[in-house]
Design a protein around this ligand. Structure first.
Ligand code: SF4
Length: 439
């Protein structure tokens, strides 16, 4: 790249979905000859991809914009917070430009204005899979944007709009490129993975020599055929989730479901406008585990939702005991500005009660997770290595996703490399992680 190519410093905040947006913008920047700077200071401009989901995320975004303004002064803000420009301008009136989520064209237009691109023949050297922010051996694959659900605590549909699915062939071609570039594991993401294709009536598109329908099951099967580890995230608990369990039992995709249940009490679920009565969900989980006994389930929950009583919360704790979720995250309800849950006329749960419920939830879940992990001791499991230093490495089993779940600490007589998939004899477990020897 030419020494005088314009330099862009990039900050990526938020969830894996925002990370995929960042990768797309970075790919465009590199394709047009921009250099990515390591520091704000000395760069021609800064792009901040923000998250605006929770108030705490907004604060983090505003502070990142503040730092970029101080250290550089020419700042383009994009991402979820871009949907509320007045909040940004109130704190940082002199930002160069603000664009909304997925507004790739507007981000690029603002970048062109702030620092015009240079034509450089070297741009053709851009790797075909684009620029990735994750290690080379795993990648996130976004299959749709937006969401047709209207969970009352969530402003994502207002920020990102209704569901728009990518054609199956597009998704598969991207996955194929990733496989050719050496990626070993893909994380399928969206706002609502199991709704994939509903908006386009499961329309088929041509991939290789065949027609593939834009359908949750069909896409999962095709992705599984590409030979990488395929992990499903953000699966809404619809009954047809059962369709993909046989693919997991056959080993075509990973026996892993990231499925946000949010609560177990019917009253709270109703106020959240979420489906699935707690009891029915337990039945479903039993059915999935009958068909695929080593299925790992990760989920997220919200405690302290308006109107949640002690009985509701106790129901959630009892449900956890029954469901034996492998990994769970828990959020204390935050009254996000613009969320309908604030207008339901339900009693707010006092902050100290939220805190105490959160601690009780975490304590209960930690015990369950530890028991589930303990069952892995003595087994020989395939482990993908994320970090390696000679014969010591840190990796994950098929039951754990990067960044959110636990790790396996591996020792090996042979040197390990990131991206290797090795068989590890699990020797012990603690509350979060496993420890073992490569065999
Ligand atoms: S399914 Fe997820 S993204 Fe859609 S409204 Fe509910 S919480 Fe928000």
């Amino acid at each position: 790249m030419s020494a005088t190519a314009p330099r862009v410093s990039f900050v990526s905040l938020g969830c894996p979905k925002a990370l995929v947006d960042s990768e797309r913008i970075l790919t465009r920047l590199r394709a047009e000859g921009y250099e990515i700077a390591r520091k704000h200071d000395g760069a021609d401009l800064v792009v901040v991809n923000t998250c605006g989901f929770l108030d705490s995320a907004r604060d983090e975004s505003l502070s990142a914009i503040g730092t970029a303004m101080k250290e550089n002064g020419k700042v383009i803000v994009t991402g979820c917070m871009g949907a509320t420009p007045e909040l940004i301008r109130e704190k940082h009136p002199n930002v160069f430009a603000i664009t909304g989520p997925q507004a790739y064209e507007s981000v690029m237009a603002a970048v062109h204005e702030a620092a015009p691109p240079q034509h450089d023949p070297l741009v053709d050297l851009l790797p075909p899979q684009g620029i990735k922010l994750t290690p080379r051996h795993y990648a996130y694959l976004k299959i749709s944007e937006g969401c047709n659900n209207r969970c009352t605590f969530c402003i994502i549909p207002a920020l990102r709009g209704d569901l728009v699915s990518r054609p199956a062939a597009d998704v598969l071609r991207e996955a194929e490129k990733l496989a050719k570039a050496g990626v070993k594991e893909i994380m399928v993401i969206s706002q609502d993975t199991s709704a994939y294709g509903v908006d386009v009536k499961y329309e088929a598109s041509r991939f290789q020599d065949r027609e593939v329908r834009a359908k949750f099951h069909d896409l999962a099967k095709e992705l599984g055929d590409l030979g990488m580890w395929v992990r499903l995230h953000y699966v809404y608990p619809y009954p047809h989730v059962a369709d993909v369990i046989p693919l997991m039992a056959e080993g075509k995709i990973l026996p892993y479901l990231d499925i946000p249940f949010q609560h177990a009490s019917p009253a709270v679920l109703k106020n959240m406008r979420r489906p699935a009565h707690g009891e029915k969900t337990l039945e479903r989980i039993r059915g999935w585990r009958d068909a695929c006994p080593d299925l790992a389930i990760r989920s997220t929950f919200i405690v302290g939702f308006p109107g949640e009583t002690e009985d509701d919360f106790q129901m959630l704790l009892d449900w956890l005991d029954e469901a034996k979720i492998d990994r769970a995250g828990c959020f204390k309800y935050e009254p996000v500005a613009g969320a309908r849950s604030n207008e339901l006329g339900l009693a707010e749960v006092p902050q100290e009660v939220k805190e105490s419920r959160w601690h009780r939830f975490m304590q209960r879940q930690q015990k369950i997770s530890a028991t589930q992990l303990q069952k892995k001791v003595g087994k020989r499991l395939p482990v993908i290595i994320d970090e390696a230093n000679g014969g010591a490495g840190k990796g994950r089993t098929r039951y754990d996703a990067p960044e959110i779940d636990g790790a396996v600490h591996v020792s090996s007589r042979r040197p390990l490399r990131a991206g290797d998939i090795v068989t590890v004899k699990i020797e012990r477990a603690d509350a979060y992680d496993l420890y073992g020897q490569a065999v």
